[in-house]
Ligand binder design. Structure first.
Ligand SMILES: [Fe+2]
Ligand SMILES: [Fe+2]
Length: 264
């Protein structure tokens, strides 16, 4: 089946809500990195070596680490595709700034895996095991259209995972003695908020440009949520999933999107 495509006819409707230029972005990225490194440096050495957590925590956390690392890896690739195929300059610039953010997140998550002493051969099997967001991200990697990637990846997935689930993950990790993961999640969420904001402006612009675009966006949203169904299976990820949906409602409902294909 041919994929549906959306075009923003009046591209002046889209403006980067963060108002970033290359110069401002580089300064912001440098500040963020400095802040992250200072926070990490303030952590006790035992926490950075995962000696403050129980062996049981580490066993179970491998799947969570994979659920952080591989989506960031996917993001560096799908956002690069989105930048390469961007239909206009202002959108391309937002994608390129995001690419640099995602690369940094990817490196943070690689650091977690390595410091936790988890051999690299175990990473991919953990990601491919049931209950991860693997299916959704593999779908995103097959897409080529910038607008579809941004609606599904930024608006739906990050829109939900950003504010809600990362807070849940940070608090959960901290409560189990994994303060390093908590610092990472809190650093990541500051960038993800920016990625969500520009996707939200894009969705708004598409609906203002042509109200019938809402139907396609709705279908993309439903398709994305369906791919997340697997994550909701089993009680273990209940908290994650509830955080995900709660945040998602906050960004989708004010724009007229209804959760019509909710898996649970
Ligand atoms: Fe990210
Ligand atoms: Fe992101």
């Amino acid at each position: 089946m041919a994929r549906e495509r959306l075009t923003l006819r009046d591209t002046s409707r889209f403006k980067d809500p963060a108002g970033l230029t290359w110069e401002r972005y580089v300064a912001l990225q440098a500040r963020e990195r400095e802040r992250y490194l200072a926070e990490r440096a303030a952590l006790p050495a035992e926490a950075l070596a995962f000696r403050t957590v129980s062996p049981r925590y580490l066993d179970r956390a491998v799947e969570q680490f994979a659920n952080n690392y591989f989506p960031e890896e996917a993001a560096t690739r799908y956002i690069a595709t989105a930048a390469a195929n961007a239909p206009f300059e202002a959108l391309k610039t937002c994608c390129l700034f995001q690419l640099a953010d995602e690369q940094r997140h990817l490196e943070m998550d690689r650091d977690v895996f390595e410091r936790a002493g988890i051999p690299e051969r175990d990473w991919l099997p953990a990601w491919e095991s049931p209950g991860t967001t693997c299916r959704f991200f593999r779908h995103l990697l097959e897409l080529e259209d910038t607008i579809e990637i941004l609606v599904k990846g930024n608006f739906v997935a990050e829109g939900a995972a950003g504010p809600g689930t990362f807070a849940v993950l940070a608090d959960g990790a901290e409560a189990r003695g994994d303060v390093f993961s908590a610092v990472n999640h809190r650093a990541r969420v500051r960038d993800e908020t920016r990625h969500i904001s520009f996707a939200r402006v894009l969705v708004r612009a598409l609906i203002d440009d042509d109200p019938s675009n809402l139907d396609v966006i709705q279908r993309w949203q439903d398709e994305s949520l369906q791919l997340f169904v697997e994550v909701a299976r089993g009680g273990e990820r209940r908290e994650w999933w509830e955080g995900f949906l709660a945040s998602y409602y906050k960004i989708a409902l004010p724009l007229g999107l209804t959760p019509s294909a909710l898996p649970i």
